[in-house]
Ligand binder design. Structure first.
Ligand code: G6P
Ligand code: MN
Length: 440
């Protein structure tokens, strides 16, 4: 049997956790665990799902020890992997991140645009403290970070902890898109080999082959020009997600050289997205009323039960599979292929060496390695230079508490552009976030 590991789920009050637990159960031969520590600072929220998570593990993973804690030391001492998915400020702050920009006719989204800026500033503070705490115990613990906005968090952590080789930032968006391509093409995901470049939530697929070398890229490109793009799990997605996928079609009808990631929509079609947004009901509300409600209801059904008795074990084939497969690939040095976030350093050879880029690569015992990509063309380079400058100024605004840099960052963001709107939205976001960050 493979060596067993101890993991901590940090941010265990997330409604995504029960599905992660089910996925860990399904992977127990591939990535066996001796202990799972559930950690959150919000005991009540974590508590809604505790009985269910315990019941699932008792039923399907009795050999695995289970701990629920609000004690940071217990969570971060003697662990091999931290699966980090904290959401600083929870849904209430996500809701403000989305609604405040809409007051000014700007995109309201949790990771892109001004909302992503505000969330980034919150995440950086908490992530910095977390890494310091974990490293006070061990330099060996792997921190698999799923906390958003991953682009800002990854760049900020790289600046704060430049020598730390055991922080790996993850995003499931390319992984999820590959599942959808696989369904459209009728080719199993395991045999698809993609090439991709960009920044997180800001990139393009450039190649798609199978392991035999058959090329599917042109077929997929033409498909996306005249068939509605649907996620592989369309029946489980709410309206805003289906709209997001269809905007890939809109982009492809205009420019079909490469296939953009779904969140490129916010930078390409901000006006249309704002016009279609309801300033009183955004994605935070939609996800609370759909996914979160369903998960909490299911979990409530576990109270007082000793057996699953027909209760469903949730799993997640996107973020769940990705997190577990990444941990597996590190733990057993598998060097499997993923789309990874890594420091550029020549991977894209005509782009900023210090940027964190997203490209195809491998993951093994030393972390992620990107495949050399070569140069990128002027259109993409221009877009990425602007977005990277936005990311960098956001991180610097956080580190130096610098208002002017924040204003410049937002002005550079393609969802904003106008500096007077940037100032208005920044002032409102700063007021709303005063318990988390401030600028001078
Ligand atoms: C995608 C992104 C993630 C993001 C998630 C939000 O998967 O890659 O970074 O967290 O969407 O999904 P939600 O359903 O909460 O809007
Ligand atoms: Mn993501």
């Amino acid at each position: 049997m493979r060596k067993q590991h101890v993991i901590t789920i940090s941010g265990a009050g997330s409604a995504r956790v029960p599905a992660l637990v089910g996925t860990l159960v399904n992977y127990k031969e591939r990535f066996p665990l001796s202990k799972i520590i559930f950690y959150d600072i919000d005991e009540e929220r974590m508590g809604f799902m505790e009985a269910y998570n315990r019941l699932v593990l008792r039923s399907y993973y009795p050999e695995c020890e289970v701990v629920f804690t609000t004690d940071e030391d217990e969570a971060y001492r003697n662990v091999d992997f931290i699966f980090c998915q904290m959401r600083v400020g929870k849904t209430a702050m996500r809701s403000l991140d989305e609604k405040i920009p809409l007051r000014y006719g700007l995109v309201g989204q949790e990771t892109c645009g001004p909302g992503g800026f505000a969330y980034g500033m919150r995440s950086l503070g908490a992530m910095k403290e977390m890494v310091e705490k974990v490293r006070s115990y061990s330099k060996d613990t792997w921190i698999l970070n799923y906390t958003n906005p991953a682009a800002i968090v990854a760049l900020g952590l790289d600046r704060l902890f430049p020598d730390d080789k055991r922080i790996l930032n993850l995003c499931d968006q390319p992984f999820s898109l590959l599942k959808s391509y696989s369904k459209i093409l009728g080719v199993p995901q395991e045999s698809l080999r993609a090439r991709y470049f960009g920044l997180n939530h800001f990139g393009w697929f450039t190649e798609l082959k199978d392991t035999e070398g058959n090329d599917y890229f042109d077929t997929l490109r033409s498909y996306l020009k005249d068939h509605d793009f649907k996620p592989f799990n369309a029946e489980q997605r709410s309206k805003s997600w289906l709209d997001t996928y269809v905007r890939v079609n809109k982009y492809m009808k205009l420019m079909d050289e490469y296939i953009p990631t779904t969140y490129m929509q916010y930078y390409m079609f901000p006006d249309e997205i704002v016009a279609e947004s309801d300033p009183d009901y955004t994605r935070a509300d939609e996800s609370r009323d759909s996914r979160e409600r369903e998960v909490f209801e299911l979990c409530a059904g576990a109270a007082g039960k000793d057996h699953m008795d027909g209760l469903e074990m949730l799993t997640n084939s996107v973020f769940g599979n990705l997190m577990v497969e990444v941990a597996e690939s590190i733990a057993y040095d598998l060097n499997r292929e993923f789309i990874v976030m890594v420091k550029n350093q020549g991977i894209i050879d005509n782009f900023e060496p210090e940027a964190i880029v997203e490209v195809a690569g491998t993951i093994g015992k030393d972390g992620a390695k990107g495949y050399p990509f070569g140069p990128i063309k002027p259109y993409y380079k221009g877009l990425m230079e602007g977005q990277y400058a936005y990311e960098l100024l956001t991180v610097e605004a956080f580190l130096e508490k610098d208002y002017t840099k924040a204003l410049m960052a937002l002005t550079l963001n393609r969802t904003v552009v106008d500096p007077s709107k940037a100032k208005a939205v920044l002032d409102d976001l700063m007021e709303a976030n005063k318990d988390y960050w401030t600028l001078r």
